[in-house]
Design a binder for this molecule. Structure first.
Ligand code: SAH
Ligand code: SF4
Ligand code: F3S
Length: 432
């Protein structure tokens, strides 16, 4: 990488898949003279990589464009929007934001080399994905590397825009993933997180039908001391083979992120989720019975159309019943094209929705503290990740943040830490 003559700033909103895409976008641009910068004010090219999961995330993207539009009045600046909002809105964005130069969709990242030096205002959003090509990847510094294994979603949950912004499920070839994992390890990363909207669907569209469990065990075979994680799992797609593989592995971390979305079976049905509360219970039990110290995290939506007080109570009781270790939460947000958005007569009152979200967040805090307290007095392996305010900080295999008392440790070390105290968001301990 040399001959950098211009600077590019990318603002990444949304999920890990977007973070990973941004690393690829920066990599591609590095072939065209663009060096990444963390300071938007010194950039020649500003890109917002957007998320459209909720109205709020979409609006964040537009306000960013507004800021850059003003900057462009002071100096020459190229402005682009990509990601899920770009895929969803396409040409409309060029009309709405006159200072915008380039719109490219989630399917068009690998078209960037053709787009970057084209004259005029361009919109490149197609329904068919442009094939992946070999380019640099400029990964975020740190110890964890993202590794996408499958993109898209076939599930069409009735509230969710992802199948429309990311298209149908497409798995990457095992060989491409293994090669990327080798490169990641060569660069010194200590943790690889496999990414997909539904990692359990991995391989179903490939000729040899490799499973997620197979892929994990192939990565496990790579030399070195490192951790493997995978997100996100769909409850009823988690196989016995996967649970066995995690159980018998030394490198795969004991963590399952299994969004439940609601604790009420009728609401799950309306959400077009393919499981009942009882089926969710079974999978959680199977995982907990097999894997010691496993962390199970979830996502829940408050105020889905038609959700009654009783349904919401069921969501709260799900936390207790399944002893969930943590959960992401969100208030339901109607999204274009999704079936649930049309159920206006069933919309939950905004105030009630807000109230439920706040109760849900309190529940998450309560459960997270309870989960952390289980580890007081135990010794856990911690990967040392940073040094902040005179303290080392790291994470356990089951993804808990630990503040470590220690004299001589290095970032990147795996150390045994005796946990002495727990708060809601972290554990405190000293190196053994
Ligand atoms: N593939 C994952 C989740 C991807 S989206 C899964 O199947 O669970 C991340 C989370 O955003 C979802 O789990 C859901 O909780 C939330 N979400 C999706 N659409 C939403 C909407 N319209 N309103 C509020 N939250 C939503
Ligand atoms: Fe969205 Fe459902 Fe697909 Fe997850 S499984 S990305 S919630 S449609
Ligand atoms: Fe958002 Fe797109 Fe991810 S909608 S959550 S950035 S797949």
């Amino acid at each position: 990488m040399s001959d950098f003559s211009k600077k590019v700033y990318i603002e990444t909103l949304g999920c890990q898949m977007n973070k990973s895409d941004s690393e690829r976008i920066l990599g591609i641009l590095s072939h065209f003279g663009y060096e990444p910068t963390q300071d938007e004010h010194e950039a020649d090219f500003c890109i917002v990589n957007t998320c459209s999961i909720r109205k709020l995330s979409e609006d964040k993207a537009y306000s960013k464009l507004g800021v850059w539009g003003k900057m462009k009045k002071q100096k020459p600046l190229k402005i682009a929007i990509c990601g899920c909002v770009a895929q969803q809105e396409g040409e409309n964005l060029l009309k709405r934001f006159p200072y915008l130069d380039l719109v490219f969709g989630t399917h068009n990242i690998y078209e960037l080399p053709d787009l970057i030096n084209k004259e005029g205002r361009i919109c490149a959003v197609t329904n068919t994905p442009v094939k992946e090509k070999e380019f640099n990847i400029i990964r975020t510094k740190g110890l964890n590397a993202w590794l996408p294994i499958i993109e898209g979603c076939n599930n069409f949950c009735s509230y969710c825009i992802v199948p429309y912004t990311r298209g149908r499920e497409r798995s990457r070839e095992v060989e491409a993933i293994i090669n990327e994992a080798k490169n990641i390890l060569k660069q010194g990363y200590k943790e690889i997180t496999l990414l997909g909207q539904n990692v359990d669907s991995y391989g179903k569209d490939l000729p040899d039908k490799p499973t997620l469990a197979y892929l994990l065990s192939e990565i496990e075979k790579l030399e070195g001391n490192f951790r493997i994680r995978f997100v996100t799992s769909y409850p009823t797609d988690i196989t016995d083979e996967l649970i066995e593989t995690v159980k018998n592995s030394t490198k795969i971390c004991e963590c399952f992120h299994i969004p439940m979305q609601s604790g009420s079976t009728p609401i799950l049905k309306a959400m077009n989720r393919r499981y009942t509360r009882e089926q969710y219970a079974q999978i959680v039990k199977k995982i907990r019975d097999n894997i010691e110290n496993v962390t199970i995290t979830s996502d829940f939506i408050a105020g889905f159309p038609g959700e009654t007080d009783e349904d919401f109570e069921q969501t709260l009781s799900a936390f207790d019943e399944f002893e969930l270790d943590y959960s992401n939460t969100a208030a339901y947000s109607p999204r274009p094209k999704t079936p649930a958005a049309k159920w206006v007569d069933k919309y939950v009152d905004e105030e009630v929705k807000k109230q439920r979200l706040s109760v849900l967040n309190d529940k998450v805090k309560e459960m997270t503290l309870k989960s952390n307290q289980k580890y007081v007095g135990k010794t856990l392996e911690v990967l040392v990740e940073s040094f902040k305010d005179g303290k080392f900080e790291g994470r356990t295999r089951n993804n808990k943040v630990v503040h470590i008392e220690a004299d001589s440790i290095n970032i990147g070390d795996f150390v045994d830490v005796e946990i002495q105290r727990a708060s809601t968001w972290c554990l405190f301990g000293s190196k053994k």
